[in-house]
Every structure is written in C-alpha cells, then in structure tokens.
Design a protein around this ligand. Structure first.
Ligand code: FCB
Length: 450
C-alpha cells in the first residue's frame, strides 16, 4: 500500500466513550447517562462515569497520540459540558476542549472535532429531544459557541457522527439512547439532525466566513442480497434504503428516497415535518464527506420483518462484534458513492475492529486487528490508485472505551486500557500502525530530497 504525500493518518474517539468526569466542572447528564441507568440496556449496566478518565489524563493521551505519529486526532465535544442547561453556556466545560485542542496543536497534531457524537443533554431530551424541531435551534446555539470559541484552533469540523445510529438505533430500534421504539419519531429525529447539520454548515461558512473544512460523517454499509430472487433483491433495496440512501439522498440530492418514504408511511402518517427550504439546507455543499466503515450487510426477504428484510447467514470471517470483514465490499461502496453521489474528498473518519484482546506480560498480540486494518488500508490505497480521492483515514479507536450498549466488553482500541488502573498499554496494532505512518513519512521525506 502507498499513499500520496498529503494523505492524513489519524485516530478517533468520542466524548462519552472516553472522558469520564461525568459530573465535573458543571457537566450535567446526557441521554447516555440516563440510558445506562436503565436495567438491561447496557452490558452489565456499565456506564461512562469514569470511562478512560481521559478528562484527567488527556496530557498522557496526547503523548501516546504523538508517539503514534498520526497527523490528526478526531474527538467529540460533550454538549452537556457546554450547555448544562437550556441557554446556559458553561465556560468551564469549553475550557477543557480549548486546552485539549491547543495542546494537540502544540504537539503537531491536528484536531478534527465532531460536534455531535450522541451525548444529547438531558434537558434537551426532556423537551422532546431530536423529535422536537426546536432541537435544530438548540444545536445551532451549541455549534455557534463551539465555532466562536474554537474555530482557528480546530482543523476540521464534523457536524454529526452517524445520524443512522443516533436516529434509527436511538428512536426506532431502541438499542441506543434514548431507547425509543417508534419509527414515526425516528424519521423526525433524523430530519432534525440532518437539518441541524445543514444549518451549522451555513453558519460556519456563510455567516462566520470561516474557511475551516466542515462535513458530516455517515456510517455506510453496502448491502447484498442472499440470492438473486426478486424477493431477496427487494429486501436488499429496502435495507440499503434504510441504512444508506435515507441519509445519502438528502445530503447529496436534497430529497428523501421516494420508495422509502412510501415504505415508511406505514408508520409515518405525514411528512409535514419537512418544511419548505429544509431539503436545500440539508444538501448545502460541504468540504469533505466522512465515512465510517466497519462491515457489509447480507440480507434476505422476510414478510414478518419491518421493511421485509432480515439479516441472512453469512460465512465471511468476522470481527469480535460478529461483523463480516469485507474490504472488497468497502471498495464497491466507495465506487458507488463516486458514481451516484459525490466528488467531494472522502475521509474515512472511522474504521477498525473489536477483538477479545488478552493482556499478557505487558503485551497484547492483536494480529487479527492488524490484519483487519491492513486489509482496509490496502483497499484505500487501491481505491486511490483508481482515482477515488480518499484524503485520510482515522483508525477507531485510539483506546479501548465504552462501546455503547456493549459497555467495556468490546475492545476497539489500539491502546489497551486496564479499566482498574487506567494504565494504557500499546497493543501490537499500535506499534504496527506507528510503523506504517513512519514508513509513509520516510518515503515522502526521501522523495522531497530526490
Ligand atoms: C461507530 C461509532 C463509534 C464506535 C464504533 C465502533 O458506530 O461511531 O462511536 O462505537 O462504531
């Protein structure tokens, strides 16, 4: 694999998954604090109260990031630190991110900041959360303060991380906070998230006249049909519509897919929440497109299931999440995006794998993770050879952390965290990734001299 000189290597985390310090410096609960508190929602009732204690250990973590040699580090801001109550700005919460971003820059690492990685403040939830259209204004107030305070020390902005998870897993499937099971709510929540994305982009570019790159991150999963039967292909179409097109079409084409609107209308009695001008705002041009890629989907027809589709048995090798390892399908996905959706630079804002890591004598031999990342990085390199313009890659994750409903049971980190002692241990994958980056830099340093 090879990458051009400007290709950026990074690693990623998110606020609730690593910070801890859940009630410090004025932070109030988010929907994830609430969700963790409900019996049966999160593995062994784990929560983010302490997590990786990154809030207190960020200096040490910055040194690990620096040692990895990455160009950039992606983290998210916890909204309830910035607005602990409606309309109440908390400078103490902002101070943490100012220091973090400043220190990263001092060490030569570019901060890439996500505004919304799922920790909606409880005060907003109590007023209807994302289902309430006012959430767009609340988000804009929050975005404005972040832009005012941090633009200039942040190198790129991501408005939302994976609205599919926040919207559909949170309000339809119910396995993420706030844990609702209501498709009518879910499509509204998604609409307001997407609208708040578009408005934040307009705010930064048009009103604040900033040139800092801004984009959105979608999790995309190419879906395949178990067989070539008409029924299975229908299942594929519907699953693709639910996972991918419901987000890609509004963002890049300014419209929701009509087939899916019809299908959803079993639950969604009216689309009157889409107001004039919304779709133009949602499809406002960004500077890059972020993609989180983990796996593919394989589906078959099922009359009994929502939208006539259900996951089919797949014999692919799997990660510790039980997800198919599918670098070739990743290539299909990127080619399709280029054909059907966008010419914007693509950034892989997350890719990585969970495995059952074992710490032995201070070492973690996670060959499978190395293999997974190598396969996907090779795919990125191949795609760029085809002219696909993937501008960067962020490995998920810098360290083991709170993996949402799986709690601390699933480890995605390249640093192993001992959650008793908070010790950080470099897994073999971290050493390997540092090596890939060092080789890349050495190669391009030579080419400058030559
Ligand atoms: C993504 C999330 C991230 C992490 C990885 C494994 O869906 O954005 O927070 O949980 O999956």
């Amino acid at each position: 694999m090879q990458f051009n000189k400007d290709f950026v290597f990074g690693t990623a985390t998110s606020s609730y998954q690593i910070e801890g310090a859940h009630n410090e410096d004025g932070r109030t609960p988010s929907i994830w604090d609430m969700f963790c508190d409900i019996d049966g929602r999160v593995f062994e009732k784990h929560n983010g109260d302490v997590a990786c204690d990154h809030y207190h250990r960020f200096e040490e973590d910055i040194q690990h990031i620096k040692k990895l040699g990455v160009d950039t580090y992606r983290f998210s801001i916890a909204w309830p630190r910035i607005f602990p109550a409606k309309g109440e700005f908390n400078p103490a919460g902002m101070a943490f991110y100012k220091t973090l971003a400043t220190r990263l820059r001092e060490e030569g690492i570019k901060p890439a900041v996500t505004l919304y990685h799922w920790d909606l403040p409880m005060w907003a939830h109590e007023e209807g959360g994302w289902v309430n259209r006012d959430s767009v204004d609340w988000f804009l107030d929050y975005a404005k303060v972040c832009f005012d305070e941090l633009d200039g020390i942040v190198d790129s902005w991501i408005t939302h991380n994976e609205p599919w998870c926040a919207g559909f897993l949170g309000y339809h499937v119910g396995v993420h906070a706030p844990g609702h099971r209501d498709m009518n709510e879910a499509v509204r929540a998604v609409h307001h998230m997407l609208l708040s994305h578009g408005k934040a982009v307009e705010l930064l570019k048009q009103e604040l006249k900033s040139t800092t790159p801004i984009g959105i991150t979608l999790n995309l999963s190419p879906v395949y049909a178990k067989t070539d039967s008409a029924n299975d292909r229908l299942a594929q179409n519907n699953s693709d519509g639910y996972s991918n097109r419901w987000f890609l079409d509004p963002v890049f084409k300014g419209q929701y897919p009509v087939d899916m609107m019809n299908l959803f209308s079993k639950y969604v009695h009216s689309y009157d929440f889409i107001k004039p001008g919304d779709m133009e705002t949602i499809s406002t041009e960004c500077d890059f497109f972020g993609i989180n890629f983990y796996s593919r989907g394989l589906v078959e027809f099922s009359a009994a299931n929502d939208f006539m589709t259900v996951a089919a048995y797949s014999d692919y090798d799997k990660t510790g999440m039980g997800w198919d390892i599918a670098p070739n399908e990743f290539k299909d996905l990127i080619r399709r995006l280029r054909n059907e959706y966008t010419d914007l630079p693509i950034i892989i804002t997350e890719n990585g794998a969970a495995y059952d890591d074992v710490l032995e004598n201070g070492e973690v031999h996670d060959d499978k993770r190395i293999d997974y990342v190598k396969k996907h990085l090779t795919a990125v390199s191949d795609l760029n050879d085809e002219g696909m313009n993937i501008a960067g890659y962020y490995l998920w994750s810098l360290m083991d952390n709170f993996e949402w409903s799986f709690g601390y049971e699933k480890r995605f980190g390249i640093l192993y965290i001992d959650f008793e002692t908070q010790e950080r241990v470099w897994k073999d994958s971290a050493k390997w990734y540092a090596g890939v980056i060092a080789d890349h830099k050495a190669k391009h340093a030579d080419s400058v001299e030559a």
